[in-house]
Ligand binder design. Sequence first.
Ligand SMILES: [Zn+2]
Length: 291
Amino acid sequence: MNLSGFELARLSACHAILCHGASLSDLEAIAVELAQEWMCVNGRCGECPVCRTVLGERAVDLAVFRPWGKAHLLKISALRPVNATPPDEERPPNNVSSFLRTPPLMAATKVVVLHEADRLNKEAANALLKILEEPPGFAKFVLTTTSLGQIVSTIRSRCLPFSVAPSKIDESDPLVTVFGGKTGSLYMPDDLRPIYQELYEEALSSTDAPRGGALAFAEKSRSIAEKLSKTSGMTSRSANAEVLRCLAFWAVKAHARSPGKSQYVVDAHKMVLGMVNPGCVFDSVWSTILA
Ligand SMILES: [Zn+2]
């Protein structure tokens, strides 16, 4: 995904952008480009500590939120500190208001990314609206969604909408057509290609694997996720989630006749995007696929 200079200039002049499109991975890639554009003091050089940590979502001046939990929602605890939540209530490690209380430490701006903003519940959407109405001067926002119609109009009116067209599909490339999902798009820099290739081969070799092989497959998937995390700079959770996302798209095609299996992998991917420990998920995923 590469925005043209013109598009970047137009978008970066705004303080809040609502990116919508069919592919979550394209939207994720656009969010990274915008964050680098806003945050890097050398014009999105791709090499400074800010650019590199933005890519792995480890930049101190970047806060990224995704829906979590069984209901797959962005709740109020992502927007501001909450005192009383039920003891078993999961919550993100940070929240937008606390994050924006202080100016940026290293970057030119602080950037808040809210992925799948259509999953904001009412309370969280109201809190976000308040922040978008009077943001600190150093704050920029990227919201992404695959369901533009489900974003409340008050939030839409505060953001510049940006339609992300699906990237071109290379139909000869199995990695892109399998792991890219419905739109066939996959954000895969060259240095990550061997890792995706390894995952693809693992998936293919499972089709005639014995049931008892599940733990070995799980171990292999974990090690692929670890490599992905090391090479790309993604957090361990994001890398595990990416491996599961790929396996889910593969399973939908490879196990089309047992929709229960692929649905299990799709649900496992969502769980890991929430707060479930990704390490254990692979065991049950592979037990299900090989059953
Ligand atoms: Zn830079």
